[in-house]
Each structure stands twice: as structure tokens, then as C-alpha cells.
Design a protein around this ligand. Sequence first.
Ligand code: 4NP
Length: 592
Amino acid sequence: MGHLPQSISEKLRLIEKIVTAPVYFLIGYASGHLLYTSTVEGVIDLWALNLETGEKIRLTQGGVHGVAKPRPQSSYVVYTRDESRGRELQRVYVTELKSRESFTFEALEPRRIVGLAFDGSEIALTAAGEGVELWLLNLSGTGERLYSTNCLMYVTDFRDGLVVGQGVLKGNPKSYEIFTFDIDAREFRVITPKEGSVNKGPVTQRKEVLFASNAPGREKLLLFKYSSGELSEAMFKHADLEKYEPTEFIDYGWTDDGNLWAIGKKRGRSKLFLDGREVALPEGLLTRATFTDSKVYVSYTSLKTPGRILEVDSMGRYRVLLGEELPSDVASCIGDSYVADVVSFDGLRIPTFIVESKNSPKPGPTIVYVHGGPWSEVADRWDLFIASLAACGYHVVAPNFRGSTGYGEEFRALDIGDPGGGDLKDVVKAAEWAREQGVASKVAIMGYSYGGFMTFLATVKEPDAFDAGVAGAGITDWEEMYVLSDAFYRTFIDILFADKRGLMGDRSAIHFVDRLKVPLCIIHPQNDSRTPLSPVLKYIWKLMERGKTFEVHIVPDAGHMIVRLEDALKLVMPAVIFLEKYLAKGATLSAT
Ligand code: 4NP
């Protein structure tokens, strides 16, 4: 393909195809049904596939928020729905798969719910309230608050009388501890194998707790016996997992016959292991697995593959159970992708994903794409922004700046107490690297959420590093955002800043707006309750007073988590129309 010029309408058509390409994400297995979420009807909804008849049942209409891992024996499915047009005040719902009847819990008014688990008859959850609260709901409709804390914590599993979860429970912003709540004894306990270690994602059965921990040096799976207090490293019969040396474990558990299985991840890709032996599956990112007595179901994605669900039989053969191919005209625009280490200002290596566009020469217009989180990462996984930009003629350079997950805990913790400091310099280095390598001509910075924060801050603190910025759901003023946050996000910000409140001003673009030199495209959900709109409106007013070049798109009736594809279009399309003028065509500014 010879870098044919694309018209803006061609670009918008490609974006529409990318955004509406359905994604499927595995939830689990319940009573003869495979549960999954999908955007196939234009909204992220919860579905059940009857594995015997092949019937697909749509369980929610208009969006689902969180879903508890279902129990194989139970025909009840537990999930949350937003009741506040995106403000993330959610209610818990239960649907019975045979009767398809649903009900909700009046005992718990709509709240931010940040962890949800179901043992087959009762529900444990964590929700923002006066502090962060642990609740127990019974299917008969009653509810009870079990525990409350000012620490960041969330439930991850609940079975055989034990609720488990993780949290920053010892006041060290760099460590995560496991907690257990014993339902019979009404006892809350904090468990850590080693002071200061990071312990994540506990799952439980028969009063044993399996979790990922960096206490042994690198991340390993540990088993904790609740009754005896005995702690040991999980052992596997086969050696493939040990040889692979994953940096992270992203899903794991027990099969019905008591074997351990695990998904290990390294450099943005992952592999599935059963009792330590690799299950051969395509290269990319596996994010979740469910073992039934005869089959394994796995969520799979890559930078070029929208989320799909694979079915693996007892012989290890797999097929695509749910998922569609990308339209060929879209697939043919997305070029090579690879990972490079960008050396940052202090010598730290920043693993960076590069996705080239086939619709652009090299060097060509390039986007430094900054992921959200900040404790998240760009991986070999389908991403609407990255795919849309590459299809529309932009090379994408996506750094996993310090603080990103996936490269060990030491790396992840490097942004704690310094958000918008070292990580911002990493992002600037990625732009320099892209120019030096002959990838980039002009470079814009773009990101959503924490990536929107970095876009606002980079364009004022490093005013010469980028030619334009696109800030989605960004942060312009940490102090105001803190006041507007609920108990959960206040603890989150305290951890991120390591309680250095005095640093918030220095890391807020609102105090440096005079330095802005490049055009800015601001896109923000109206009802966002994580990164609220009002500080951004104040920023816009300052841009206005100073005559800066900017545009603003507010997505009505939407929250931080985009559930409707029409809203996703409202994020991506304005960005591409803006970039067309200020990056691809290279318009110059009249005045700043
Ligand atoms: P995210 O959004 O990037 O989507 O995770 C964020 C929301 C809140 C904060 C950071 C990121 N915060 O620090 O409060």
C-alpha cells in the first residue's frame, strides 16, 4: 500500500468500523451457561451462552458495570449497574438464569462499588461510603455492613465462609496486603508474607487463599491456609510456568479436581498454564480463563484482535467460540507493532509499544499515546484509540512509563509520591525517541484519564515537546478533584501522592496555563465522577481568557467508564478531526 491520502470521511468510516467491532470478554461459568460481556448490541452488556443449545441470552439492556465471578453450581448471576447516568452510583442486581427473573437490593442505596464476589448464596462487596465499607448481602434481599476503613481496599473473592481481598492496609502506599473476613467469626484479618511486599488478587476455596506476591523476590503464587496460618509457595507438576518466568499473574485458581491453573504475563503478552504446563494458544494477551470438567474457556485479545473467547477441548485444540474478524479494510491499515525500550532521562528503560500506520510514510505524523491508570499498561491488546489512530494515518508510540504495571513492583511504585514527575519525563523521551528513530515528523500527545492528566500537564510543563494535545477525561487540578472525590478515590489519591498534598499544585496544569503553546482538544464525559468535569471547565475558562487555541467536546449523560459505543465514537472522532488539522495537515497557529 502506497500511503494513499485518506479523506476525513474515509477516516471516520474506519473509526466507525473499529468502534463497532464487537468485543467479547469472558466472565465465567454458571449452571450450563458461559457468562460474558459483549458490545455486540452497541452497549457493554452481560450475556449468557447456553452451552447445550447455543442460545445467547442478553441479561442486561443498556449497560453492566461489574460482574461477580459466577459459581458453577448456582444459576444466579450477580452484577452491578450504574443508576446515575455515568456517575458510577451502582446497585447490585441478581438474575436467575432459568426463570430469567431479576431483582435488586433496596438495602444498599446506589454507591460506587469497587469489588463484588458471590459464594453461591451470599454476596460480599466493597463500596464507597463514609469510608470504604465491606458489605454482605443475602439473596433474600437483606444486607449488612461488616466493616469500614479509611484504607483503600476491595473484595476479590468469597467462598466457604471466607471473604478475601486486597488493600493498602498497613499505611505503606507501596505495599498491598491481603485481607480475610471470616463470616462465622465476624473477624477481619490482615495478612502479609513480608512487611512492604505487594500481595494481590486473592481467590479462595475451603479456607485456603491463593494470591500473587512479590515477597519471594519476583512475583509468585502463594497459598495461605487460613486455619493454621501456614504459608507456602504454590507448587506445579510441570516446569513450563517456572521457565516462562512471568512478571505478573493475572488470573488463577483451582480446577474441579484440585489442580492449580494460572495465566502468567510478561512484556504485554500472557500464557495459560495448567499445573505448570503451557496450554498452547495464539500469541497475544489472555486475560481470564474458566475451567469446566470438559473444556477450558479463555478471553483472548491482541493489538489487532478485538476481545474474543476461545474454547479449548481436552486434546488442547482450540476454536473461536465468540468473536469476529476485523473488517479487512481496517486490518490492512494497521501496520507492524513492536516493543522498544526507550532510555529515559535517568537511564531507566521504558518499554514502549509502537504501532505503525500503513497509511502514513516514515517519518509521519505520530501520537504519543499515554495510558490511564496510572497502574495499568499498554499491552498486546485491542485498544480503540490505538487502532483508530493507526487506521487514520498516525504512527502510535505508547510508552509504559514508570508506574505502569507489568514490569515488576519496583517499576510500578516509581510514580508513588511523584505523579506527573518522572513519568511525564518518560513520555517526553518517547516523543524524542520517535523523532530520532525516523518514525515521527510531528508529534501530538493524547490520553484518557491519567493519560488526559499527563496531556494537560505535558503541554504546559514541556511546552516544546509536542505539537498538539488531546486530553480525554483529564485532570487539571488535583486539589479540587480531591475535594470532589468520594472516599475510595480520596484514598487512591493519597496513595498516589504518598500523602504529599503540597505536591498537588505543582502537578496541576491549571497553575501553568500561561505556558501552553500548542492547540488542545479537550474531550470529557459530563458525569465523570473519577476525573470530574468542573475543574476542567475552569481550565477551559482560563484558556478562553488567554486566547489559546482549543476545542471542547463534552459527552452528555456519560461517565468515566464508557459503556455505549455511540459515546466511544464521541471520544475518538473529534480527536481525529482535530489531529487532521493540527498534525496531519500541519496548520500553524496565528497567535498564542
Ligand atoms: P484512570 O482514572 O486513569 O481511568 O484510572 C483515574 C481516576 C482517578 C485518579 C487517577 C486516574 N486519581 O488519582 O484519583
